[in-house]
Design a protein around this ligand. Structure first.
Ligand code: ACO
Length: 332
């Protein structure tokens, strides 16, 4: 069974409650119908039921009737969610009145439902920017214990079967932190190892990427990656992780052997941790376009409950897959 099939089967085997705050967004609604038909998750759509049901009827999305629809204007639990938001944000200066207004914002409401135990995960972003999708998640759900930053990983299904895990590689951080410090980069590496295990189902071999391999170049940016490598090894001594490594030394056995002799990761990496967001975001998009790779994600990691962000250019199939990924992350 391939990795994507495994993700789908795992989602089906333990149905999670996934909230879709953009319930009346056309691609999201079409994807929701497929998710319910394929029994990949239980769905909560946020929006006006009259609008959602009319759209579903016009398009013949018969499975939408199986979704729970939460209307932020009338839902009887809105005072509970508003109070929860107020309690979480009063120290940041939020008033009760502001909390009541903000809880009606579907992106805040989705996260409040998770925080209140009424949903297991959220997927949004077909209509909203990354910042607007992630901010409520950061403020309400927050990071996992022991983690201070959320980051974003991509599963890269490339046709280069001789690389990574039969062509599959996990890239991070490609979505969130523009300039991670060395301790943050170490956390990103440890969180990406967990994503590789729990979502991709692979045993991670992690390369901490740089333009230098084992001191071949001297620069403060190289020092940052070397320090992050040391810290990540300290945080998770059992991880197969090495750095700093250049991309070719990470992926190609003969180059790995010559540039980093004795490294168990060099030449065999299946997880690439980029030194910053410029490198990570540009890197994944170049691989996607040049090699016709399929990129699944960004998959947010380090967050206390799964929330994932779609690209506004996403297609229906991307949304279906990301619902399944979110459900995989939610399975305890
Ligand atoms: N992890 C956890 N919490 C965070 C993080 C993080 N990485 N970043 C910010 N926060 C928290 C802050 O602590 C703060 O919490 P508080 O209000 O409780 O104090 C809250 O989130 C807001 O923090 P700000 O510093 O005001 O952050 P802002 O909202 O301005 O920005 C954002 C956060 C939008 C995610 C920013 O980091 C960003 O724009 N990143 C780049 C995103 C991007 O454009 N990615 C590329 C596109 S995605 C793609 O191509 C796949």
């Amino acid at each position: 069974m391939d990795v994507l099939q495994q993700i789908m089967e795992r989602a089906k085997s333990n149905l999670q409650r996934i909230v879709l705050p953009e319930g009346d967004e056309p691609r999201t609604l079409e994807a929701a119908n497929i998710v319910l038909k394929e029994k990949l998750a239980k769905l909560i759509l946020i929006g006006d039921p009259a609008v959602i049901n009319k759209m579903a009827e016009e398009k013949g999305y018969t499975h939408i009737s199986e979704a729970m629809i939460v209307n932020p204007e009338t839902d009887p639990k809105m005072p509970v969610y508003a109070n929860l938001l107020y309690e979480l944000r009063k120290n940041k200066g939020m008033t009760q009145e502001e909390a009541e207004k903000m809880a009606k914002n579907p992106l805040y409401l989705g996260c409040l439902m998770i925080k209140n135990g009424d949903a297991d995960g959220e997927l949004a972003g077909a209509r909203n920017t990354t910042g607007n999708t992630l901010r409520p998640a950061f403020q309400i759900i927050k990071t996992k214990p022991g983690v201070s930053i959320v980051s974003g990983a991509l599963l890269m299904f490339t046709p280069a079967k001789h690389l990574g895990e039969n062509g599959l590689l996990v890239f991070a951080d490609c979505a969130v932190n523009p300039c991670p410090t060395a301790p943050e980069l170490a956390q990103i590496a440890v969180c990406t190892a967990e994503t590789a295990r729990t979502v991709a189902g692979i045993e991670p071999r992690i390369a901490m990427l740089s333009f230098s391999t084992k001191g071949s170049a001297k620069h403060e940016l190289v020092d940052k990656v070397a320090e992050a490598t040391r810290l990540a090894k300290e945080m998770a001594p059992d991880l197969m992780l090495d750095g700093e490594l250049q991309a070719d030394a990470s992926l190609i056995p003969s180059i790995g052997e010559s540039k980093a002799p004795g490294s168990k990761v060099a030449g065999h990496a299946n997880v690439l941790v980029f030194p910053d967001l410029q490198a990570g975001n540009i890197g994944y998009k170049l691989v996607e376009r040049f090699s016709d790779a399929q990129a699944i994600g960004p998959i947010l990691q380090g967050i206390a409950a799964p929330v994932n962000d779609l690209s506004r250019g996403c297609c229906v199939d991307d949304i279906v897959k990301m619902v399944a990924v979110t459900a995989n992350q939610a399975i305890k």
